[in-house]
Write a protein that binds this ligand. Sequence first.
Ligand code: UD1
Length: 383
Amino acid sequence: MSRKTVKVIIAAGTRPNFIKVAPLIKALDKHKENAGNKKGVKIDYVFVHTGQHYDKEMSKSFFDDLSLPRPDINLGVGSGSHAEQIGKIISKFGKVCLKEKPNLVIVVGDVNSTVACALAAAKLSVPVAHVEAGLRSFDRTMPEELNRVLTDQASDYLFATCEDACANLKREGIPEEKIYFVGNVMIDTLFRFISKIKANSKIGGSYALLTLHRPGSVDNRAVFKKMLEALRRVSKKIPIIFSAHPRTQKQIKLFKYEKYFNFLNSSSMRSINPKKAINLLNALPYPEFMALLSGARLVLTDSGGIQEETTILGIPCLTLRTNTERPITVKEGTNIITGNNPDKIVKAAFAALKNKLNHKKNPKYWDGKASERIVNILARELR
Ligand code: UD1
């Protein structure tokens, strides 16, 4: 008797999404190749890019470097207000679901593309799987928090990176049988590329690496200025390399904050000679960014994924926010939440440079096999 084949749509739209879908697509390909030996259904997939990120450095470079297949469909939504962006994706992705008639839609992370694709599918009664379910900052001023809560409520398969995420979901009334603790797909990608990343880590000397892009950090003139002044104080002790998102660069121009930076040319990455200053580079492709990250003495960031990557790499990470949706990186990893108070940032940075880091063990299931677990569960459950 021939085995049943199901069709899934895997949706992505932003830089961190590409890092998360890459190992899932690889696991789907592997499952298909070995379908004869595996239990459960065969899975065909259609890969959809919403187009939320579109610059080469935010999108195409990730496809090349992570060996992602070209998207089967690109919705080309681009930038806009949250309402416009989410509205356009719901409308366009809904049409894709009607045409493709998938048995399941897989979404990852917490960006506008995630919630929009989940809602479009759920409205058409297409089951949804959310990878990275259950993370909560409990801060509704953060756009991603609402995306997380709504995506989880619209989902049928909730794949969590850690036990506290499972507990959050149960507290919100999600039935236990929908929740699967599988580990972290972003760490799957880190493990896949780690030896290449470390080999590329050619910048000599001691430096701190900085990323900032969240509205809460860079959209308010006074908040951004206070943070930059603190960072300038840190940079007198250790050069800071700042890989800056395009929206951050727009804010720097808008606020005329160029005076805070020494501008570096990212094409000369290999010969970087950072000054004791905040050295600004464009957003970087994944291998180059990760090479910089793995060689850093200290990381300062408002990103979510970087809190997880530094935990695995054993590098002290200061999260310049007042909260985190990833408390496991504080409890079991190398992360410290500083808030955006300048004195606290400087004090925490100096302390992190002075103290020897007591690296604990990696969180459970952050082992490079999360995607494989997810695909095996789906093949079993979609029978
Ligand atoms: C989005 C996610 C955020 C994630 C981040 C990773 C939401 C609500 N936010 O934030 O959670 O951490 O991606 O990068 O989904 N822009 C470009 N080129 C691009 C993309 C964006 O110049 O390729 C500029 C545009 O001015 C745009 C702005 O960045 O308006 C914001 O882009 P958007 O996709 O809305 O959010 P991000 O800040 O990238």
